[in-house]
Design a protein around this ligand. Structure first.
Ligand code: AHR
Length: 530
């Protein structure tokens, strides 16, 4: 143990400061006790936390903040894509306000076209002259007719505009290995082959270089209602034909479990019997029985408690994969997650299928999820919240497909608060309480910065954070907080900035950081370190 370590294990216990004394205090504190770390005791209002800057977990991959856009309701049509002739301000058909907001946040990866839609989508329906594209019924999401005007080229164009890596979800449920193989060649082969030349004729001289390919989606459900052995057999067959073209090696993502379904993962891995996909996709929604803006306290607590199970699922699914030969090479991908509340019919009629508000509760949920990804950084490869615009726990909302308004949701702001973690190295934190609704914490560091995020999921308890920073010398700290005591509070078209991150007071005294963490809040502290 170094002198620094000894110094850092000293923190004051028992000296409870009043809330007023506590906030904004920069006076030096008496450091009089050494407590064994991990055995932290405190008053109920004080949450003692230790950040171990030297205990590295793994890189916070920007891909943990990835997104998902499905042909569902007004996510793609009317949300991201309004068409070139629209009176809604657009850049080449893409809704300008949405592009501006998403560029500001940064979208590392965008998954498309589904979801359930993926296994009923035939990519050739979305290429070539728009007037000649067939009109298809969206069987999963309301039976309306789509004109195919948003296809592969339009999706890649959006990714380029956002600076996002494209992630295409292929069709296994109603498609064939040949169809998916050809989509890869069409996208990635530079020139010379019939498919590459067709892409070039359709306006794209450069190959799309798509790296991420989903081999089906939820094949245990809407993707063909298969048994894991059946899907595993199909995966083996498909994977033989899904090849590298033009130097872009496809990273194949197999359809993984619904939540923590161990049977699915084992059944799939047993059938695979050697060989490994690049990733396995787990989907984990946190459902709730109330409409987003009318949540009852108990239902909110139940929903937020689910995140403990999500974290357990990440750990258990990782362990299952690691138990197989070459299983450790498979990236665990949570490519659909987020709260799924009861959706009022009138909202769907007005704004589109699965259109859902995002409230202070949703922001807390986002914070709980993003904290998990940091804490389990060594076990995860990518996480895509469902979905990016208008559908479920979205980042942006528009007032329907025709509406001109486009606002940032509370979830958008929660993601913005976690942006400073991207590409840093996650480090271990210790909290005094690990029950499902306790204060949730994660931390990451670079050479110059330590970033710590806190989430208070309680609607009935404010906390004082007393956080010891071990293994780094802190110089200056700044904090931002998103908070509202009303969990049903949200940004609306009339009041789009009701929930916005605010500067928050934080007191830094050497290696000790203290601040208020009010009920229902998400806060990030950025600390410059020597
Ligand atoms: O995100 C909505 C739907 O949820 C997706 O289409 C499907 O994959 C999941 O069941």
């Amino acid at each position: 143990m170094t002198a620094l370590d000894v110094q850092h294990t000293r923190i004051t216990v028992g000296a409870h400061l009043s809330r007023r004394q506590f906030i904004g205090s920069t006076a030096s504190l008496s450091l009089c006790a050494i407590i064994p770390t991990g055995l932290l005791a405190a008053s109920s209002a004080t949450q003692r936390i230790v950040v171990r800057a030297n205990a590295e977990i793994g890189v916070v991959r920007p891909e943990f903040h990835a997104h998902f856009a499905e042909h569902l309701g007004s996510c793609v049509y009317g949300g991201l894509w309004v068409g070139r002739k629209s009176s809604i301000p657009n850049i080449d058909g893409y809704r300008k306000q949405a592009v501006d907001y998403l560029r500001e946040l940064g979208v590392p990866v965008l998954r498309w076209p589904g979801g359930c839609y993926a296994d009923d989508y035939h990519w050739r329906d979305g290429i070539g002259p728009v007037e000649q594209r067939p009109k298809r019924v969206n069987i999963h999401w309301g039976g309306y007719i789509e004109d195919g005007s948003f296809g592969t080229h339009e999706f890649i164009g959006l990714c380029r505009l956002l600076g996002a890596e494209p992630y295409l979800a292929g069709n296994v449920g109603s498609g064939s290995p040949r169809e998916l193989r050809d989509w890869i060649e069409y996208c990635n082969m530079p020139s010379g082959s019939t498919l590459a030349e067709e892409r070039i004729r359709n306006g794209a001289t450069d190959p799309f270089r798509v790296h991420y390919w989903g081999v089906g989606n939820e094949n245990w459900g809407c993707g063909g209602w298969m048994r894991p052995e059946v899907y595993g057999t199909l995966y083996r067959q498909f994977s033989v034909y899904l090849r590298e073209f033009g130097g872009t090696k496809p990273f194949l993502v197999a359809s993984g479990p619904n939540g923590n379904d161990r049977k699915w993962t084992r059944g799939f891995m047993d059938t695979l019997d050697g060989g490994s996909p690049g990733g396995l996709s787990m989907h984990y929604y946190e459902s709730g029985p109330d409409p987003a803006t009318e949540f009852g306290a108990d239902h909110m607590s139940q929903q937020l408690s689910t995140f403990k199970k999500v974290e357990d699922a990440v750990v258990e699914q990782r362990a299952i994969l690691d138990g197989y030969r070459d299983g450790h090479k498979i990236g665990l991908i949570l490519d659909e997650w987020g709260v799924w509340d009861k959706i009022p019919e009138e909202d769907e009629k007005r704004y589109g299928k699965l259109w859902m508000q995002s409230t202070m509760r949703s922001a807390v949920a986002a914070g709980l999820g993003l904290n998990i990804f940091n804490r389990q950084a060594d076990k995860l490869f990518m996480c895509n919240i469902a979905q990016i615009v208008n559908v479920l726990q979205s980042l942006l909302l528009t007032d329907g497909p025709e509406g001109k308004s486009c606002i940032r949701t509370s979830t958008y702001h929660a993601f913005a608060l976690f942006k400073p973690h991207r590409s840093k190295t996650a480090v271990r934190v210790e909290t005094q309480d690990s029950s499902p609704l306790s204060v949730s914490v994660s931390a990451s560091k670079s050479e110059k910065e330590l970033v710590v995020s806190f989430v208070n999921p309680r609607h009935d308890a404010d906390f004082e954070i007393d956080c010891t920073l071990q293994g780094s010398t802190a110089k200056e700290a700044k904090a931002q907080i998103l908070h509202h005591p009303d969990w049903n509070a949200c940004n609306t078209f009339e009041n789009p900035n009701r929930l916005l991150p605010q500067t928050h007071t934080v007191a830094l005294d050497g290696y000790r950081l203290r601040m208020d963490l009010p009920r229902l809040s998400v806060a990030t502290v950025t600390i410059s370190i020597a």
